[in-house]
Ligand binder design. Structure first.
Ligand code: SF4
Length: 396
């Protein structure tokens, strides 16, 4: 069975329980969700509302905002109202750090999910001259965590809202660092401690993340987290991300390596691509990753050859023209191939093909069948006409 999974051309996702964030479900049979975070000051109510709207309009399904103070927790209430009256409700997540239980309790009234970081939850730094905690000290800290954590868990439970236990490689607690170093094992243990508390309080609307800024670290941590939960009988969804991935091509590649690798192993129920760019720029990258691994199809899939000495037309230019004309036709696969030698064979899965066929002539294909040949300069229009004839065209 492992082998049939391994050789499957479709990703078999890890079984997880669905967790609702507003009206958006994460895990279970839900599609892998796309989320991001605004970078406005939460106290700027109009600016934050506009930023959430901008993200939502480009396809971000869940939006997070930072809530560092009690005043900003209250501001989230205003943001939520303004969103509902000027746009529409958007599933919101509040990021709460550093001893922020009062803040978490306040903001839980206004958002659909609260994110806490176990590493920053209880201040537990011992005497700097020592290198470990005693068992008694650990027991005291654990009890302190339970007492501090309980009210927020109970509040979320009463309101049927969700919690993200968001571990970061760079902010593990001192206790975890002493016990495990800054290892994936320490990251998993940090989350497990909180999962077990939630479980003992019969609260299960939990999503877990294990972010790190280096792909190999996050890969190991997420794999270990998934295995540990499966072994202990917890099926909570996972939120994937390479944190601080940077910008530009490399930021996108790093995110894709981390997120795409895990998704292709069936791990992951919601993703955030973290770029040092406007958050709106993250959304197309997220959807491209999901489409490339075959989990969500939200745009036309273009298949085009790299071109070579056999190429009979300016492939780059033609691909751009085909894309301009057809990119709104979600759901289609369109191939553009330089020549007939490998073209039809390699594009066999596509709905339509545009293939060089001798100097100045191209052939149009529907699946494997050649439909017609036309002069090259009429090729894009003829492709559009063919899609229209088939009833698959919609106006942009
Ligand atoms: Fe070259 Fe033809 Fe292959 Fe394109 S499809 S790379 S033109 S051989």
């Amino acid at each position: 069975n492992n082998l049939s999974q391994r050789y499957s051309t479709r990703i078999i996702r890890r079984d997880t329980r669905p967790v609702m964030v507003g009206d958006i479900g994460i895990g279970g049979d839900n599609p892998v969700r796309v989320q991001s975070m605004i970078n406005e000051d939460t106290m700027d109510i109009e600016g934050s509302t506009a930023a959430i709207r901008r993200l939502h309009e480009v396809g971000c399904e869940i939006v997070r905002l930072t809530v560092p103070t009690l005043a900003s927790a209250k501001a989230v209430g205003e943001i939520k109202k303004l969103l509902a009256s000027t746009y529409q409700p958007v599933p919101l997540v509040a990021d709460v750090h550093h001893n922020g239980m009062k803040i978490a309790l306040e903001v839980a009234k206004h958002v659909d999910k609260v994110r806490i970081n176990p590493g920053l939850f209880v201040f537990e730094k011992p005497d700097p001259n020592r290198t470990e905690f005693t068992k008694d000290e650990i027991d005291v800290i654990k009890e302190k965590i339970i007492q501090k954590f309980k009210p927020i868990v109970n509040t979320l439970k009463e309101q049927n809202k969700a919690l993200r236990i968001g571990v970061n490689h760079g902010s593990l607690s001192e206790r975890m660092l002493f016990a495990y170093g800054d290892t994936p094992f320490g990251m998993v243990e940090s989350a497990m401690e909180f999962i077990r508390i939630c479980h003992s309080l019969d609260f299960h609307n939990i999503v877990i993340s294990m972010k790190a800024s280096r792909a190999p670290v996050m890969l190991a941590a997420y794999r270990m987290m998934a295995d540990t939960m499966d072994k202990e009988g917890f099926n909570y969804p996972l939120h994937l991300g390479v944190t601080e991935a940077g910008d530009g091509d490399y930021g996108r590649i790093k995110s894709t390596v981390g997120i795409g690798t895990l998704l292709s192993e069936g791990i992951g129920d919601t993703i955030r691509v973290s770029l040092t760019e406007a958050p709106e720029k993250e959304i197309p990258v997220a959807y491209s990753i999901l489409q490339a691994v075959g989990l969500r199809k939200t745009m036309v899939e273009y298949i085009s050859c790299p071109s070579c000495g056999r190429t009979l037309f300016n492939l780059e230019e033609v691909v751009a023209r085909v894309r301009d004309a057809t990119q709104h036709l979600t759901g289609l696969d369109i191939a553009v191939m330089g020549c007939i030698v490998n073209g039809p064979g390699e594009m066999a899965d596509a709905d339509y093909g545009y293939v060089g066929k001798g100097v100045g002539t191209i052939a149009l294909y529907r699946n494997r069948d050649e439909i017609k040949r036309v002069p090259e300069d009429e090729g894009v229009q003829a492709l559009v006409d063919l899609i229209k004839e088939d009833g698959k065209w919609v106006d942009p």
